[in-house]
Design a protein around this ligand. Sequence first.
Ligand code: PMP
Length: 429
Amino acid sequence: MALIDRHRAVLPNWIALYYADPIEIVHGHGRRVTDANGKSYLDFFAGILTNALGYDVAEVGDAVRKQLDTGIMHTSTLYLIRNQIELAERIAELSGIPDAKVFFTNSGTEANETALMLATQFRRSNQVLAMRNSYHGRAFGTVGITGNRGWSASSLSPVKVSYVHGGYRYRSPFSALSDVDYIRACVEDLREVIQTTTSGDVACMIVEPIQGVGGFTLPPDGLYGAFADVLAEHGILLISDEVQTGWGRTGEHFWGIQAHGVVPDLMTFAKGLGNGLAIGGVVARPDVMDCLTANSISTFGGNPLATVGARAVIDYVFDHDLQAGAAKLGARLITGLRAIAERYPVVGDVRGKGLMVGVELVEPGGRTPSVAAAARVLEETRARGLLVGKGGLHNNVIRLAPPMTVTEDEMDEALGALEGAIAAAQEGK
Ligand code: PMP
């Protein structure tokens, strides 16, 4: 039986596979992967922004192998774990949150569930503010704060959530406004949402500095700082979901939220930290982190294997100044794409920061989403040896997020493939 048929027989229908003829990736090195048929691709989606350094990175492999050689992959948090403590110290220091504490999980979902648990217990309130077009995970709490029908499998929720405007500017009712007026309109909306849909004592607001699943959408810099001023009037905590935007990927900052001039009360992270090892977590104000009065444990959280790998990833990011690389290569990507957009009106919007760039496909001449064009670009880039992501509220956005080690030559190669794919999508043949 073909692998695709075996997959369909035993795995759920709701795990989406890319491509009419899905790919099995069997080998990787640098930014390139090879499929089971021997075809090579430049990878500009990096395991959904998770292979932050790319494939076959010696420093990470060596750190993991050294831990394996001790015979210990897991002990549990019942015992002291040196790698966990060292990683927590590093993240606490990087967070900018005074005297921060860190809790490790195995995924972004679990990180956000933890942040919700902390904030709602700290504030003794089940009310949460989230952004329209958000994605924060797949469990009950996190689906409850996900503002995207395509990812909302259930309406059942342990939190009472109110959604606020601002994260998705291209399709916002305020999209025609200047940056300043846009921020003013969103702040007014936030005030009105608090007044009309809550009892005032809201626990927290959670934001993605750049909405990932939502199609790499972002507000003007400063919006979340302006929101924070309103939140402070009510004692509402701010959580920044850095699952996609952390570790320097946005180029100009180490954490995405720094573009907004505010230090949040909590940040959540996962994906890129482990370069493929399953690790996530929360970094938070100490009083918030310590507010739980019952035991809480994540059995695999903070395990010595994932935490030693993650330490090696963070060291690599700094040793190679990957944040500066993300800024430089990201600028090359966005400039190249904007030039392509001028030639092909099927491209409605090019946006993003650093190595997180979205290309929204539309019916030429307007803003009507073109799902067909995005599907075509996905297939055509694959045919040209380039892996990209697809998403957005209307499933019409191509998402580009290569490993942060990407080179100028690879960027130009990708831009060439993208131009060919976009041309094919525009011609519709
Ligand atoms: N938050 C954001 C911003 C994400 O993009 C994701 C995953 N796409 C999650 C949380 C959930 O992470 P995970 O899939 O590791 O549970």
